[in-house]
Design a protein around this ligand. Structure first.
Ligand SMILES: [Zn+2]
Ligand SMILES: [Zn+2]
Length: 267
């Protein structure tokens, strides 16, 4: 089983990363893909990959940090993604919930990084989150929902090796992307009582187009709610998918592992 999205460079893992990774292994969770939010964190992720055999990474600038994107960052990103165990660009995208960077900047920096991914033909991990009240989104610099703006940019750049990670969208907003072969990633959020709409996406999305992830150290699944999340807990997401799909847990493990390895081109 793979944790396709965790943040091992996060400070919450600093004191016991060795134990976290060995607990994942003991639970049958390996390899791990560690994701970065900034280029600096990307460097940390590359160091973690050097240290641990079964860790790979994605490097990129999160929408929260996109206002810090500057001159030369495109070249820095290209260099980092060419490192041996960097398997993707991510996480990149749009976050209209927190608006930590202006939306026009988020769109510009997302587009720049997506173009780099296309030029280098590497997969992309996308983060998408909408404003708390979507109707207010229309008043902000002419933008719509995050997912709609993402689709526009994806079409402009014309690149489709994409996983929408931590999918919290409604099925009607992502069914077209699934139809085009995109992959959706699911986290412990899907186990929460209020997440009926996410469980509906799981019901509709083909198993072959799903990835399981923790997004740890945040978003612990219901069974571990309140604790720090960690890669070993990804089994809870697999259990939920098995239950919703009415298939064996081993089947979820086997199919999502294959899709993830293929997507990231890991042997
Ligand atoms: Zn994210
Ligand atoms: Zn993440």
């Amino acid at each position: 089983m793979i944790d396709s999205h965790c943040h091992l460079a996060d400070k919450k893992f600093r004191s016991d990363l060795d134990q976290v990774i060995s607990r994942a292994k003991q639970s049958g969770v390996s390899p791990l893909i560690t994701i970065s939010d900034t280029l600096k964190e990307g460097q940390e992720c590359i160091k973690i990959c050097d240290k641990f055999d079964d860790v790979y990474c994605a490097v990129g600038v999160h929408p929260h940090a996109s206002r810090n994107w500057g001159e030369g960052d495109d070249e820095r990103l290209m260099k980092m993604v060419s490192s041996e165990k960097a398997v993707a660009i991510g996480e990149i995208g749009l976050d209209y919930y927190y608006d930590n960077s202006p939306r026009d900047v988020q769109r510009k920096v997302f587009e720049a990084q997506l173009q780099i991914a296309k030029d280098l033909d590497v997969p992309v991990v996308i983060h998408s989150r909408d404003a708390p009240n979507q109707s207010s989104a229309e008043t902000d610099s002419g933008s719509g929902q995050a997912i709609d703006d993402l689709k526009k940019i994806i079409d402009e750049v014309d690149y489709e090796r994409i996983v929408i990670h931590c999918c919290t969208e409604k099925w009607e907003d992502v069914s077209d992307l699934v139809g085009r072969g995109f992959i959706l990633g699911f986290t412990g959020i899907a186990t929460y009582a209020k997440s009926e709409h996410i469980r509906n996406v799981i019901k509709n999305c083909p198993l072959e187009q799903m990835m399981i992830e923790t997004d740890s150290p945040y978003l612990a699944p219901e069974a571990q709610r309140g604790k720090r999340n960690e890669p070993a807990f990804v089994v809870e997401v697999a259990k939920l998918i098995a239950e919703i799909k009415g298939v064996e847990y081993e089947e979820v493990d086997r199919v999502t592992e294959k899709s993830t390895m293929d997507f990231y081109n890991i042997n």
